[in-house]
Design a protein. Structure first.
Length: 321
């Protein structure tokens, strides 16, 4: 696969209070992204995610290191570079505020020199997933947050960028609008092989869109791997709740825990009033089918049995802890 973005020993320092005191926000990171990849770039507040995005899009100049995106140096060649990229910052409006929505699209059509057919085809594609055509005659200041974000994303996709940078693009949006946007992003990637670098505090967004995850911590890359491999390496946790009818069954499970499962379970909680038991385990140590066989052998018949896996957010929270 063709590399579309490379970063070598990238650093960024800011002066604080006096010209002699600096804070290093990005501390010599290295990464590469190939064409068509969908990469989640995550970390706690202050980790350096937005600073990285601003350097990659040419908004700020790195203190040191090298950046190449589509063969451009983003800061030094910004004028030509921006023709090939799309950028979306959460809750930052790119639309012409006092005008109708369509005026911003007509302006961008002229700016990027799009033909009538290219413009119409692109709008038809975007509208299929966002239904923004009914918004075109409205003034931007009349739109809700979700409507503005849909229009901003559509505007960023209008010129068919080869790479799309999204910095908290879904922040503050309701679940319906979020799902529309995530579906659009996945279709844009599938249809046009658009590369995406996506930062979000909502790990569900990362799970639904991205195939690779980079975790940033205090200006350093902590992990960089395929999302499936990341989940396999750090995930695999199953959380189980068993509701029992018979008090005798409740006591049997406690006995099984002490005898068979104590060194295999991550936690084990009981509620004698509700006759319920909650426990977690890693699939590398014990299999759910083995647990169910043990229950069957002891003739334990749960009234209810629920099982779920840790979310990506749970996994990352555990890593930071």
């Amino acid at each position: 696969m063709k590399e579309i973005l490379t970063v070598k020993n990238l650093t960024k320092e800011y002066f604080v209070k006096t010209d002699k005191e600096t804070v290093k926000v990005i501390k010599g990171i290295n990464l590469s992204i190939t064409e068509g990849e969908k990469v989640g770039y995550v970390g706690l507040n202050g980790a350096g995610k937005s600073t990285t995005i601003k350097m990659l899009t040419g908004l700020i100049k790195p203190t040191g290191g090298e950046i190449s995106v589509l063969g451009f140096n983003p800061f030094e060649e910004r004028k030509n570079y921006v023709e090939h990229i799309g950028v979306i910052f959460g809750q930052r409006n790119q639309l012409l505020w006092d005008l109708k929505v369509e005026d911003s699209f007509i302006f961008n059509r002229s700016l990027y020199k799009l033909s009538g057919k290219t413009y119409n085809d692109r709008m038809d594609f975007i509208n299929e997933y966002t239904d923004i055509v009914p918004l075109m005659k409205k003034r931007v200041l009349e739109l809700s947050l979700g409507q503005k974000m849909k229009c901003n994303i559509a505007l960023s996709l209008l010129h068919s960028p080869k790479i799309l940078f999204l910095d908290e693009a879904t922040i503050g949006l309701d679940i319906i609008v979020k799902n529309e946007i995530k579906k659009l992003l996945n279709e844009v990637n599938r249809e046009f092989n658009t590369t995406m670098l996506f930062t979000s505090h909502d790990m569900k967004d990362i799970e639904d869109v991205c195939e690779r995850i980079i975790i940033l911590e205090k200006g350093n890359i902590l992990h960089d791997m395929a999302l499936k491999e990341f989940r396999k390496l750090y995930g695999g946790t199953k959380n189980v709740t068993i509701l029992l009818k018979e008090k005798a069954d409740f006591e049997k499970i406690i006995f099984l825990y002490e005898k068979e499962w104590k060194n295999k379970f991550m936690n084990f909680q009981t509620d004698s009033g509700e006759n319920s038991i909650n426990f977690s385990f890693n699939e590398e140590k014990i299999n759910i089918f083995g647990i169910m066989d043990e229950l069957k052998n002891e003739e334990i018949k749960p009234v209810d049995f629920t099982i779920n896996s840790d979310s990506l957010e749970d996994i990352i929270r555990g890593i930071y802890k």
